[in-house]
Write a protein of this length. Structure first.
Lengths: 170, 288
């Protein structure tokens, strides 16, 4: 057995570390060592995107990366979306627009959509489909996922506008 | 799927990486984006005893024009190529290609250099680089050497890179005025390898005749194919429908597809002809 190596990462704002075998995949590190089981293992072959997490602000498939590679990095998983007991607008969108049926792909869908909205606050239907093109869903036919993401975009845009309106009111 | 155990090494400079590669010889593999290597390790098709992770080597991630070349650093990710303003304005064939490689998550990690160094004829950049007449910079213990792309692909999964060499840069001659290129790929779904794909790059002279043409084919042979007869057939001619159709037929003749899950060989030859017509027509529009 290869010698273990120390991995230090910040996950959803919290410093975490563990000594792991180099062959440990990032998804196993997240699910089994950190006990964050929101991110799923779907195909385990880099196709389905259920294991998608943010690493240093970029989406990656955590089944196709070793935990040691993430050393020193910042990770966000689906558990990091909720703030102060409030659902993230994306989570709310998936709930309101029926963006899931079985829910298996949802953690990956949420993270890919989150990354999309970071660069593109007002995505068209085409943009959303492009943004989630690395995530497979076998239930919804994607229609309601696209609606859910655009629901979130509208909600986030409205929340941003409010302070401006307050500014005008002054 | 759990890969076999390996020792993980993380050099921070190129000389350090080369030293590790020399020390461990055939037991070592370079880990770059890892989007081909890690799946192969999980399937236990690849079983390196040492992984030399080059991702922390500084200064290898760039896309820039410099002394007559577009230079792409050895660690430049597909997503960085897609986002590069230079590529988006001037190298549309590269943008076409990066867009259809795998999916957004994979493109965040996968490197352009890895797409070439893997030596997989199903990868997309090889055909594009053949069309563009690129050069590969390999850095080893004795310094840098430049390999013309035409000599780079040796056999299936084997390139001209030697053990202990790292692909540190890709150089593409800056195309003269009136140049244009395009990449057309048919894939069954996002993220699939090409059923077939064609890259075409042309440069026209002042009167609109073809001065230089480059045509590369993806996933229709044991190595990426340069359709030389098709390229030659275009020289000195205007890119009219009949001329494009003839070149497209020659490109199809140069392909050596095999029948598999993606379709029978005859279908793929027909596909090469059609994709070559589309790629050449788009290249002509962009060159005008």
């Amino acid at each position: 057995m290869a010698k273990k190596q120390l991995v230090r990462v910040k996950v959803n704002g919290r410093d975490r570390e563990a000594e792991v075998e180099p062959r440990l995949l990032l998804i196993h590190f997240i699910r089994e060592i950190l006990q964050l089981t929101g991110s799923h293992i779907g195909c385990d072959t880099s196709h389905c995107g259920a294991c998608t997490v943010l690493l240093n602000g970029k989406t990656v498939k955590s089944c196709t990366m070793f935990a040691v590679q993430a050393d020193g990095g910042e990770i966000m998983t689906v558990e990091g979306l909720m703030k102060d007991g409030q659902l993230h607008p994306l989570q709310e969108g998936f709930k309101e627009e029926h963006g899931l049926q079985c829910g298996f792909c949802t953690p990956g869908m949420l993270i890919s959509s989150y990354a999309l909205l970071q660069h593109n606050a007002k995505p068209s239907e085409e943009d959303v489909r492009w943004g989630i093109s690395g995530n497979l869903c076998r239930c919804t036919g994607y229609q309601n996922i696209v609606r859910a993401v655009r629901f979130a975009a509208n909600k986030m845009a409205a929340a941003e506008k409010k302070p401006e309106m307050a500014e005008v009111a002054k | 799927m759990i890969p076999p155990p390996f020792e993980y090494l993380r050099p921070s400079t190129i000389p350090e990486a080369i030293k590790l590669l020399q020390q461990h010889g055939d037991d070592a593999k370079i880990l770059s984006g890892g989007q081909s290597l890690i799946p192969m390790m999980k399937l236990r098709i690849a079983r390196p005893a040492y992984l030399v992770d080059i991702n922390r080597i500084a200064g290898l991630s760039y896309v820039k024009e410099d002394v007559g070349f577009l230079k792409i650093g050895g660690l430049t990710r597909e997503a960085e190529l897609e986002a590069s303003p230079l590529v988006r304005s001037k190298y549309l064939i590269l943008l076409d290609t990066a867009h259809v490689i795998a999916d957004p998550q994979v493109r965040n990690l996968a490197t352009v250099a890895g797409n070439l160094a893997h030596g997989d004829p199903a990868n997309d950049h090889p055909a594009t680089m053949l069309a563009l007449g690129a050069q590969i910079v390999a850095t080893g213990a004795r310094g840098e050497r430049v390999i013309p792309i035409d000599d780079f692909f040796v056999t299936l999964f084997t390139t001209a890179l030697q053990q202990g060499e790292i692909l540190t840069e890709i150089r593409i001659p800056v195309p003269p005025a009136h140049s244009g290129g395009a990449y057309f790929k048919l894939e069954r779904k996002v993220g699939d390898f090409a059923t077939a794909a064609v890259a075409a790059q042309v440069t026209l002279d002042g009167s609109g005749n073809v001065q230089r043409a480059g045509i590369g084919l993806t996933n229709v042979g044991p190595i990426p194919i340069k359709a030389k007869a098709a390229e030659d057939s275009l020289k000195g001619k205007k890119l009219e429908t009949a001329v494009i159709a003839q070149a497209a037929q020659l490109a199809a003749d140069a392909s050596q597809p095999s029948s598999d899950l993606r379709g029978p060989a005859d279908y793929k030859r027909g596909l090469v002809r059609e994709l070559a017509m589309r790629a050449l027509s788009r290249a002509a529009e962009r060159a005008a």
